[in-house]
Write a protein that binds this ligand. Structure first.
Ligand code: HEC
Length: 177
């Protein structure tokens, strides 16, 4: 076996020091972990087998969902709960265009082809999360409309938390890629 050159020895030592340094850093990070930080677990989400056009359609819907949440919070921050409710109803409620695929009764109400196909591709539990999310958005709209009179924002916020709870529950269970 050839003797190690000093350069090789040096780079080996440097590499080992780097690795140790990284391990130390990771240990430190764990030490500083906060209670709400997620522990990295193996990805147990169910992979959905959606044809590409359906996937694109769903992700576009999703991006609209997060923009809608933003618009809702913006209106609440501007002290306009009625407007927040109208936005929620129109863009997230059960009558909103994206809700049809999560609504078992939508086909009877004349859902379009894409919504019907999406509905058929979604696992039952996933549709249930979706339905619960759209339903909670409607509840938020109802509560938000009452705030001006009652002066109490809490019931509306509780309904909004029910919306985001279902966003999170579905994201924890399923993935497209
Ligand atoms: C019925 C299930 C379900 C519900 C309810 C749901 N999502 Fe999603 N969403 C998904 C899945 C599945 C993905 C794809 C995740 C992946 O492949 O990693 C996704 C992706 C997204 C993305 C990424 C979009 C992109 O272009 O990459 C955003 C943003 C998003 N969701 C926002 C929301 C918000 C906000 C809500 C609630 C108002 C919500 N979603 C409710 C299932 C859901």
């Amino acid at each position: 076996m050839k003797r190690m050159t000093s350069v090789t020895r040096l780079s080996l030592a440097f590499g080992a020091a780097l690795l140790l340094g990284m391990a130390g850093g990771a240990a430190q990070e764990r030490g500083h972990s906060h209670t709400h930080m997620m522990t990295p677990a193996p990805d147990a989400r169910q992979l959905l087998d959606f044809p590409p056009p359906m996937r694109e359609h769903m992700l576009a819907n999703m991006r609209d969902h997060v923009e809608t949440l933003h618009a809702i919070l913006d209106a609440l921050a501007a002290n306009d709960p009625a407007k927040a409710g109208e936005i929620a109803d129109a863009r997230l409620g059960l009558a909103s265009p994206g809700a049809a695929s999560c609504d078992p009764k939508a086909a009877a109400k004349g859902a379009d082809h894409m919504a019907t196909m999406m509905g058929e591709h979604m696992p039952q539990q996933m549709r249930a999360y979706g339905f619960a999310m759209h339903e909670a958005a409607g509840k938020f709209a109802t509560q938000a409309a009452k705030v001006k009179e009652s002066g109490d924002l809490k019931p509306a916020l509780a309904a909004l938390a029910e919306v985001t709870q279902n966003c999170a529950a579905c994201h924890a269970a399923y993935r497209l890629r």
